[in-house]
Design a protein around this ligand. Structure first.
Ligand SMILES: [Zn+2]
Length: 377
């Protein structure tokens, strides 16, 4: 009987699961497979053949698994399993071997299946880009690294002690209110200074750094901070800060001014001017806000024949806070306030990114819209 007229192999249901019966079934299946392999002598026939045996849904191997293994009585299961595995390996091996042969119909066809069309366009993988906030943060950190500062990081979940107390915040300071700060729930039983919260600034890292090292200290602390703010165009419950701290003997307000003036010029261009005017922070005394000359109107207060929107026609933009470290803070970290002095400063990374890139809504940084982000690639 020629193979072409013989009816196609169908997986028999087994009633007898004895060793002999299983082996007979296995040999029949192998023979049927080999015969069909030889007859798969066209592109289309090879595909049909391969799918007939390998298809996960209703392929011959799947059927064999269902009809021989799943229905086998407990005592024959082990042997049936071994045979089914053997057949599976045999079929997979022969199919991949048929592809590898140089001669033989199936092999040529298999090569045909894998032929490369070099005129097809390749798969393009879009390049990722640094997020504008991270990019800006790295740029700021880079400016201070060049001045000899080292980088320190700390936990985002802080204790009240590090976030407020050691930074000289009085117990009734409004920042400690839940309206401003996100506290971890159910901690009323703990003493105030041990209660956990999401840090509202990166200043706790300054305290941790001073606990770790003795003066001279020069560190920048980049990181994520949290406030109990509803998101809108200028507010976000999460944002980023870079703070800096320098403590040594004989550090004066002049050093602070020179350092920040240099940093602003490095970030916004050498024509940018800075000015300082009095402010208040619990952990610095005296404290100052720093403004830079408006980068949109060049400090003139007007542009395109009208008042400048960005600086509200004042010619200045408020950018960061700073000051000389309050001597009380040294008491918390065991520094001799009579011998050392230092300054600290802090800036919002998003605020600087908004100015640098002309973004008008802080939410764009966090929405994850690729159309926005890819502009910074
Ligand atoms: Zn302006």
């Amino acid at each position: 009987m020629s193979p072409k007229t013989k009816s196609a192999y169908t997986v028999p249901k087994l009633k007898d699961f004895s060793t002999n019966a299983l082996h007979k079934a296995l040999i029949e299946a192998k023979l049927a497979f080999s015969e069909e392999l030889l007859n798969a002598n066209s592109d289309a026939a090879w595909k049909v053949f391969r799918d007939r045996w390998m298809a996960r849904k209703n392929g011959v191997l799947t059927q064999i698994n269902d009809l021989w293994l799943k229905t086998a009585p407990k005592e024959n299961k082990r042997e049936a399993g071994q045979l089914v595995n053997e057949l599976k390996q045999f079929v997979e091996q022969e199919i991949s071997r048929a592809r590898g042969f140089v001669d033989g119909g199936a092999a040529e066809l298999a090569v045909g299946l894998e032929r490369l069309d070099i005129t097809l366009p390749g798969d393009r993988r879009a390049l990722g880009a640094e997020h504008p906030v991270i990019k800006t943060m790295n740029e700021i950190v880079g400016v201070f690294r060049n001045l000899g500062y080292s980088v320190e990081e700390g936990p985002e979940i802080e204790t009240d002690y590090y976030n407020f107390e050691a930074l000289n915040f009085p117990p009734n300071h409004p920042a400690r209110d839940t309206q401003d700060t996100l506290f971890i729930a159910n901690q009323e039983a703990k003493p105030l200074r041990e209660r956990l919260l999401l840090r509202t600034h990166t200043s706790p890292v300054q305290i941790r750094s001073m606990e770790k090292m003795k003066p001279p200290v020069r560190v920048v602390c980049p990181g994520k901070v949290h406030r109990n703010d509803a998101p809108d165009a200028t507010h976000s419950p999460i944002f980023h800060q870079v703070e800096g701290l320098a403590v040594d003997t004989n550090i004066t307000f002049c050093d602070l001014k020179g350092t920040l003036d240099h940093a602003m010029k490095a970030l916004f261009g050498s024509s940018v001017k800075t000015r300082f005017y009095p402010s208040f922070f619990p952990f610095t005394e005296p404290s100052a806000d720093v403004q830079i000359s408006c980068i949109f109107c060049g400090g003139k207060g007007y542009r395109d024949g009208g008042p400048c929107r960005n600086c509200k026609a004042s010619g200045w933009i408020e950018l960061l806070g700073c000051g000389m470290v309050d001597p009380n803070v040294y008491g918390f970290v065991d520094y001799d306030a009579k011998r050392v002095s230092g300054f600290a400063f802090g800036m919002g990374v998003e605020r600087i990114a908004i100015l640098k890139y002309g973004v008008d809504d802080i939410q764009l940084f966090f929405n994850g819209d690729v159309r926005f982000l890819e502009q910074f690639g």
